[in-house]
Design a binder for this molecule. Sequence first.
Ligand SMILES: Nc1ncnc2c1ncn2[C@@H]1O[C@H](COP(=O)(O)OP(=O)(O)OP(=O)(O)O)[C@@H](O)[C@H]1O
Ligand SMILES: [Mg+2]
Length: 472
Amino acid sequence: LAALATGGEATRPWSASGVSIDSRTLAPGDLFVAIRGDRLDGHAFVASALGKGASAAVVAEVPDDLPPHSPLLVVPDTLDALRGLARAARARSGARIIGVTGSVGKTSVKAALRHVLSPQAATVASDGSLNNHWGVPLSLARLPGDAAFGIFEMGMNHAGEITPLSRLVRPHVAVITAIEAVHIEFFPTVEAIADAKAEIFQGLEPDGIAVLNQDNPHFARLRRAAEARDVARILAVGSDPAADVRLIEWTGDDEGSTVQASVDGQVLAYRLGVAGRHWVTNSLIVLATVLAVGADVAAAAQALAGLQPEKGRGRRHTVRLPGGGRFTLVDDSYNASPVSMAGAIEILGHASVGPGGRRIAVLGDMLELGPQASLLHAGLAQPLLNSGIDLVFAAGPFMAHLMSALPAPRKGAHAEDAQALAAIVVDAVRAGDVVTVKGSAGSRMGTVVRALLALDALAATREIAPRRVNGG
Ligand SMILES: Nc1ncnc2c1ncn2[C@@H]1O[C@H](COP(=O)(O)OP(=O)(O)OP(=O)(O)O)[C@@H](O)[C@H]1O
Ligand SMILES: [Mg+2]
């Protein structure tokens, strides 16, 4: 089957239970596809993959470090072969397929969809942020034959990249979360970004459904693009009275929101386990998508109460301090852009602090912003001040522009990088504080998160130590 799907030639018969392109995370039985990346060539890891139990390897040339008679599938181009496997998996699938794109919120919406659909039927979704020219075919190639719902994230840095991804995925439902000035390095205008996201309709199945955010300024442009593809239905999501999925009202707190919405005429009240206005919007997009795939919308809405922020995306921790007392850490270190920074700042501004506590933002550089980067960093000063953030700590060359734009009382400290900043923040944090840590993944603000979490471990050893003395 794999030989057929890839047009390759097998050195001997084998069968695989999964697909992997990374020998480090490979599970025994996986088919290993050797992909040539920007930095590494998977062909160098074929021996190690087979050693870890890969059922076979798809290669463009046979590495010379392999034992004789290794199970191989030799193909002209391994990425093409991966796409062939993806196409075959898609062709044999009876699942309702959902494609998710947008400037921000793709992984969030994908994870929330998986959370609400899983209790209803067998559901799979792409891992992490596997959304690019190899991540999408890899995710699709892994689609099990018995899945009822498949959710695939599609991302891009350039015009023309979503079209082939969507034609591979062939979604029944195409979701565009939001259009924002994110990853703008390679785009002249935000409209050009909207057009690039609208490429998702190129792969939409006949009678497909588009889910669009009506509150986004580029809604009309996206709707036109969807209409040009003859979609069966466009579900508009937003606050507009005419929206198909309409926000009626919501109230937010530290842990999440309580929402009332009308979904295709049905009024639903639900609890959402993740905080922030942008998550309310995401939840409406999720319910519209559930409606579009024909699943139970009311059950999905109830399931949103159990949704938790993913690691690095706003997860809350209560951290004990070695000197006594505790503070709240919000770990949003996985990702950052001007729009998601605004969301995180708003949440921090509303956070309830303990006695004597402060609202502290610990920020790392936002990457991929092109020539506007310095301006966009300095531009965070106003929302920080408006939201009543008490102190700002920052790391990285771009964040230096934010620091210069802040008045002295709000300036915590600026450091070259996350590592240097971590020590400063660890010294500064006090009982009752709420500390939000956020930056682009490349800014490595996870270092600061780990340093702050380590305080809890230290506090734990101090709590145990005296007891041991007393008991002895
Ligand atoms: N609708 C939204 N509006 C603004 N910010 C959002 C929205 N949804 C999620 N966020 C925030 O934006 C950040 C990125 O979210 P997420 O990882 O879901 O985006 P993504 O589109 O998958 O990003 P990437 O392009 O890096 O894969 C997170 O901090 C998240 O909390
Ligand atoms: Mg993502």
